[in-house]
Design a protein around this ligand. Structure first.
Ligand SMILES: Nc1ncnc2c1ncn2[C@@H]1O[C@H](COP(=O)(O)OP(=O)(O)O)[C@@H](O)[C@H]1O
Ligand SMILES: [Mg+2]
Length: 313
């Protein structure tokens, strides 16, 4: 019985792999919508689901949210976005093994931070460095917040826990905008420019802290679906940098817009004139020397009129 309940919960979970629902009512049954949650600790263990990560230093315990045995996963047919161990994968990158969803067991289930992102590293040094960078950058809504770091000797892996950015990374966010049938091209353009404004603000916030990010990539910018917040993360290669190095990095951001956003926008029939202007300023092609000194700052200050001719007031 217990196992059946857990399996049903598991199936529900696989059908709707989205963020936790809090207090929402199912229009069909009138009851609360099944939460984005597998069951109690007892349900989990009776279904053969394991995976409690405890950080000895902070005393915080995190349960990897889905860890059915491989046997159960195979019976359910492994859905996309789950790994062989049944962990829901939020994403994967170049430095980490993967990023999966974890539950902070210390907090009540409906708490905003009950579900967190867990980044798995093979080496402790990299995990510790990345966590130290988060701490050095400090608390700022423009930076993804790191919560904890743990080394689990039995796994020979390290884990960094972060707030989960529910809107996913910049690539996923823009792809969704570009493919949205209900939006007109001019509406898509506004949403694209909003996202780009967010990315510029994030990098500017890092530069203002005296850092360069070191790994400019559309997948290192994150969106929060509820608050429309944009934040930058993945600080594994971030370090202190002088203004010249920061200007080089602004150019890299321009290259990234040109390479990763422009072609997608054109394919979606979105007008890219404003985007081209932003890229031009970041590339340093504006004649005014003030633009060359602080391209991102000038762009943000003159956002309402991003035509290059009007940039300097
Ligand atoms: N806090 C998070 N919330 C939601 N998704 C995330 C989060 N952190 C990472 N991801 C997803 O995982 C991917 C890889 O994470 P990242 O920290 O960039 O690792 P890597 O160092 O391997 O590039 C991201 O591009 C994103 O898709
Ligand atoms: Mg990354």
């Amino acid at each position: 019985m217990m196992l059946n309940n857990a399996l049903n919960l598991l199936r529900n979970r696989f059908d709707t792999p989205q963020r936790p629902q809090t207090g929402a009512i199912d229009p069909h049954s009138g009851g609360p919508i099944a939460r984005d949650y597998l069951g109690t600790r007892d349900d989990l263990s009776s279904a053969g689901i394991i995976g409690s990560k405890i950080n000895a230093e902070s005393g915080h315990a995190y349960i990897t949210q889905e860890r059915p045995s491989v046997h159960i996963v195979e019976r359910l047919e492994l859905p996309r976005n789950y790994d062989r161990n049944g962990n829901l994968i939020l994403g994967s990158g170049t430095n980490s093994v993967n990023i999966s969803l974890a539950r902070n067991h210390q907090l009540p289930e409906d708490h905003a931070n009950a579900y967190v992102a867990m980044k798995t590293f093979v080496g402790y040094e990299q995990a510790a460095l990345e966590y130290a960078n988060h701490q050095a950058l400090g608390d700022n809504p423009r930076f993804v917040k790191a919560l904890d770091v743990a080394h689990v000797t039995s796994d020979e892996c390290s884990y960094m826990f972060m707030e989960r950015m529910t809107g996913g990374d910049g690539k996923a966010h823009l792809e969704q905008i570009f493919r949205e049938r209900a939006l007109r091209p001019d509406e898509k353009k506004e949403l694209m420019l909003d996202a780009i404004h967010g990315y510029l603000s994030c990098l500017k916030a890092m530069h203002d802290k005296g850092f360069k990010h070191g790994d400019i990539d559309i997948k290192n910018f994150f969106h929060d679906a509820d608050s429309h917040r944009v934040a930058i993360g993945d600080f594994g290669r971030s370090r202190q940098a002088n203004p010249a190095q920061q200007i080089d990095e602004a150019k890299e951001l321009g290259m990234m817009f040109n390479r990763d956003i422009r072609p997608e926008a054109l394919r979606a029939r979105v007008d890219t004139k404003d985007l081209d202007n932003i890229i031009g300023v970041l590339y340093g092609s504006h004649p005014d020397p003030r633009v060359k000194e602080d391209p991102i700052g000038i762009l943000l200050k003159n956002w309402a009129q991003i035509q290059p001719n009007y940039l300097i007031q």
